[in-house]
Design a protein around this ligand. Structure first.
Ligand code: GLU
Length: 445
């Protein structure tokens, strides 16, 4: 059977780094095995799902380089779920429950006070026909619960190894709400069956769901897929990221100018036994990726580390790799310019700032007037190369007696207006004699 995976976000927000990890894990897993990747929008929560978020999710996936072989939307498939609901009702596995949220909360409180786990007590199953009719007459509408078999559910997790969950420790999951709408649990199983999903790869916050869902597959006479539950993200300080995830949206990272390949590499490799390094393509990443190498400990997300990785990635790109994008940024310095600045930028847009510095007038910063004037006076005629400029610096050193930082810093400040940046000599070649001399003399040029 062809390996078939799915990424199943709910379009109730934009994707963040945590979601993109799940998407990447699925995509890379399929890629390695010549499998298929389905994008499924879990939009049964009609009140919170929007077309804009759905579109945003597709945009974010494409930006990172993930294409899908097939697409599905749960809101298009409601009749399939309805059919399965009838089947489960008929077999007695789906039962109506009338407990109100307040009643349920009170029960849980009492159970906790008695030191018992807050598991649903199945009151609804004990109702007689008359009692049920009386509740309905009162205007109460049922929600529908799946009756779990009280046995241990075992599966061989692709990430965590053998998992055993005693279903007796779980509440019968609600599959259908009072208003007839679906929670995610059942539609997911129906879709996994219909789309012949072979492997479900998702966050470990779904481990308990898996025990219930395996029982649903079996109640429908289906063989459950394989499951793999990956670790979740925490911040650099070890704190859960959930509340701050907004700032880690893929859209936000894109707007910050990060490279999709850096984000993909970082998201894939943190929290694994593999070294975090930049891979220029998803295919290269697929070579090193393995579900079995994902750690059990949480994955630490450190924005500074991601930025460094982005810089490392840029450093390794050839002019050809970035030519078009540089042109779009208005940078026309060609290969020499790219080679000069690529080691000194955190994001590609910073190359445009350096291009402005070498090609447009700037106000120089004169920290040592005498030294700069001498440097201007001694500038050799062009054409320049590293040797010619080396001799020039030696001459300035000799005439002023300045060396090291006291020599280089005033020159750098005068030429660029900044106290750090690419190497001076190649930078000077890009600036040219006329402009360099003027700047060293303190003129805007
Ligand atoms: N919509 C679910 C979620 O985003 C999908 C979980 C799953 O992969 O089954 O959590």
């Amino acid at each position: 059977m062809t390996v078939t995976v799915r990424f199943a976000p709910s379009p109730t927000g934009r994707l963040h780094v945590g979601n993109i990890r799940t998407a990447l894990f699925n995509w890379l897993f399929a890629r390695k095995q010549g499998g298929r990747f389905l994008l499924r929008l879990d939009d049964t929560d009609l009140a919170r799902s929007t077309a804009e978020f759905a579109q945003g999710i597709e945009e974010d996936l494409r930006w990172i380089g993930l294409e899908w072989d097939e697409f599905a939307r749960q809101s298009d498939r409601l009749e399939h779920y309805d059919r399965v609901v009838e089947e489960l009702k008929a077999s007695g596995r789906l039962y109506p429950a009338y407990d109100t949220p307040e009643e349920l909360e009170l029960k849980r409180k009492r159970q906790r006070a008695q030191g018992r786990p807050p598991v649903y007590d199945r009151t609804a199953l004990k109702l007689s026909e008359d009692e049920r009719a009386a509740l309905e007459a009162e205007g109460r509408k049922p929600h529908w619960r799946f009756k779990l078999e009280e046995r241990v559910v075992v599966w061989d997790d692709l990430v965590r190894g053998t998992q055993e969950i005693d279903a007796a420790s779980l509440s019968d999951p609600v599959l259908v709400r009072e208003d007839g709408s679906y929670l995610y649990t059942l539609p997911s199983v129906v879709d996994d069956v219909d789309f012949e999903i072979t492997d479900v790869i998702r966050g470990e916050d779904h481990v308990a769901n898996t025990a219930a869902q395996i029982q649903i597959f079996e109640a429908l006479g289906e063989t459950p897929p394989r499951f793999g539950h990956h670790n979740l993200l925490v911040g650099a300080d070890g704190e859960a990221l959930s509340k701050r995830l907004g700032s880690l949206s893929i859209q936000g990272l894109r707007e910050d100018g990060l490279e999709p390949a850096a984000v993909a590499s970082y998201a894939t490799l943190i929290g694994s036994a593999e070294a975090v390094a930049p891979y220029e393509s998803l295919d290269a990443l697929a070579e090193v990726f393995s579900l079995a190498r994902i750690s059990r400990a949480p994955a630490r997300f450190d924005p500074a580390e991601l930025r460094n990785l982005n810089a490392t990635l840029l450093h390794g790109l050839t002019y050809k790799d970035v030519e078009e994008r540089l042109q779009a940024l208005g940078v026309s310095g060609g290969k020499p310019f790219w080679k000069t600045v690529r080691g000194n930028i955190g994001v590609l847009a910073e190359a445009a700032e350096w291009w402005r510095i070498v090609s447009e007038p700037i106000d120089p910063e004169i920290a040592d007037e005498a030294l700069c004037a001498t440097a201007a006076k001694l500038l050799p005629d062009e054409p320049w190369d590293e040797d010619v400029l080396g001799e020039w610096l030696d001459a300035v050193k000799k005439e002023t007696g300045a060396k090291g930082k006291a020599l280089f810093m005033p020159i750098r400040l005068a030429l660029t207006g900044r106290d750090h940046g690419p190497e001076l000599k190649p930078l000077l070649m890009l600036i040219g004699k006329e402009r360099a001399a003027a700047r060293l003399n303190g003129e805007r040029a």
